[in-house]
Write a new protein. Sequence first.
Length: 212
Amino acid sequence: MNTAEPRSRLRSFHVFLCASLLVHAGVLMLPLKPPITTAAGEPFNRLFAVELLMPEDAREENATAQKSAAPPALPDPAPAPQAKKPPAAKPAASEKKAPVREATVSLDRLSDADAQYRFYLGHLRSKISAEWQYPPEASNRGLSGTVSVRFSIAPSGRLTDVSVTNSSAHSLLDDEALRTIRAAAPFHPFPQEFTIEKLNVSASFEYEFSGR
């Protein structure tokens, strides 16, 4: 049997196998796609920036999650309590100002009810009569009439008010009556038995011209 022929075949198979492996290795090393060329024929690489867009609902959920993950804001410090002012105390019923106790009398006609003021009214007549006079100008012009006045006296004897209640129709006579009351004041203080805080007095001044 000739053994040279099988050895020759085996050597050929080994050569074929090595060549096949080299061819396959070279094929695997080749790029799958040819490079992109520009108009000038120079190759370049393209880079694609891909942005994955998130759905609207998912973005809202993500923002909510980020907010919840953030540390809670510290609350504002509470304002310092202010001391409340106590309400103003209302005056008690006993502290309310009581009405002024007063009496009204007349120098012209003294009634029985005014008997307790008799002595004091005599003092008033005396002081007023000492000041009263007939105005010379009214006498020269022959003016006559009756003036009614009202005046008030405080417990100290001070005159607090005076006014004409019935005019004589002549200002000279009216003014003289007012002047007389003011000139006669102040009067004596009230006696201790008086229980009033003001005494109102009415009086009439009669001017009668009798000619010379």
